[in-house]
Design a protein around this ligand. Structure first.
Ligand code: NAP
Length: 333
């Protein structure tokens, strides 16, 4: 497998045609990747354990989500080698076969590798499952626990040089880790950091990441932007989710009771604009032009709601009221 620059297949470059209904296009860091501010996270696809693929949603739902998503103009898809043990990439690959639009495809290296050869194999495996000649954005899923970061980044530098990957991103990296990783890249630079960031999860702010990345031209790709469903308002102390989420304190009846005032403030603001809580949560993140969001969707209804979340803004007064409620919540929780 392999392709010589300058890239004969036009995936990865946003065009006027594929802007569609979402007009808010953002450049990822200092790359030339132009993505819709709302992308689509596809961890759910093929994942039977955490997200119960095959039980409460199936391939038919995924097909509907894909085509409606493209119709709405979303051009940014985020998958990973580890999602569904390759199933997510495989499904995206099948859908890409029939897709004409230019898309920006992001995937991730499962970083528990022992050798440079394994990294190379991982890149080739993702390319094969996705059925494409290069990956637009290849992210290190988290800090590699076994191999020195120098070896990982040097190999990624090589795959960029060879045209198998266009840009490198990281995920779940601190500022220090990102700087260390960058120091081992010679021919390219890290364009994004994919981190857990939502109205209820502010570590990227408290750790200084938001400010540092804005100043240094590194995009933030916000994952779990709906806090895995909490910010849609659908879970209550009497109706928490089942499965893996139930094990997290935030999803316990106490956690869900504590968050209700934040959800009420969010709901009031959303209603004033004829929007939903999910949409207001995405708008809350997108107020920062250096951020893009990648909500996951299991079915058409969720997708429809999530892609309707842009092209409007919360007012200063609404932001302040949401913030007051969040401050009170974060002191107790
Ligand atoms: N880099 C990383 O380490 C990392 C970690 C996590 C996620 N990610 C990426 O980020 C993407 C999104 O994160 P996430 O899936 O953890 O969380 P999320 O986007 O906050 O939540 C997605 C889940 O919330 C529910 N949902 C979505 N839209 C909804 C709506 N409009 N109304 C009601 N419920 C809705 C669905 O689950 P239910 O229907 O089951 O409630 C869906 O699976 C993932 O797909 C993945 O690409 C990356």
């Amino acid at each position: 497998m392999g392709v010589s620059p300058p890239y004969t297949i036009h995936r990865g470059v946003a065009t006027m045609e594929n802007k569609g209904r979402i007009e808010d296009i953002r450049r990822l860091g200092r790359s030339d990747l132009e993505v819709t501010s709302v992308g689509l996270g596809v961890w759910q696809w093929g994942d039977t354990s955490f997200w119960t693929f095959g039980k409460d949603f199936d391939r038919k739902d995924i097909d509907q989500v894909w085509w409606r998503n493209l119709e709405a103009g979303v051009n940014f898809i985020d998958t990973a080698e580890i999602y569904g043990k390759g199933a997510s990439e495989r499904i995206v690959g099948e859908l890409l076969e029939d897709t004409e639009q230019d898309l920006v495809i992001a995937s991730k290296l499962y970083p528990e590798k022992d050798s440079v050869e394994e990294i190379r194999k991982a890149v080739e495996g993702s390319l094969e499952r996705l059925g494409i000649d290069y990956i637009d954005l290849y992210q290190v899923h988290w800090w590699p626990p076994k191999m020195p970061i120098s070896g990982v980044m040097e190999e990624l530098d090589a795959v960029v040089r060879e045209g198998l990957v266009r840009y490198i991103g990281v995920s779940n990296f601190s500022i220090e880790q990102l700087e260390e990783a960058q120091s081992h890249l010679e021919h390219t630079e890290i364009v994004s950091n994919q981190v857990h960031y939502s109205l209820l999860h502010r570590d990227p702010e408290t750790e200084g990441l938001v400010e540092h990345h804005r100043k240094n031209g590194i995009a933030i790709i916000a994952y779990s932007p709906l806090e895995q469903g909490i910010l849609t308002g659908k879970f209550t102390p009497d109706g928490p989710p089942g499965g893996f989420r139930a094990k997290k304190p935030r999803f316990s009846p106490d956690g869900l009771r504590a968050v209700q005032p934040v959800l009420e403030a969010l709901d009031e603001a959303a209603r004033a604009h004829g929007k939903t809580m999910a949409q207001a949560s995405l708008a809350w993140l997108l107020k920062d032009p250096n951020v893009v969001v990648i909500p996951g969707a299991k079915n058409l209804r969720q997708l429809e709601e999530n892609v309707g979340g842009v092209d409007w803004q919360l007012t200063d007064a609404e932001l302040a009221s949401i913030e007051d409620a969040y401050r009170a919540y974060s002191e107790r929780y």
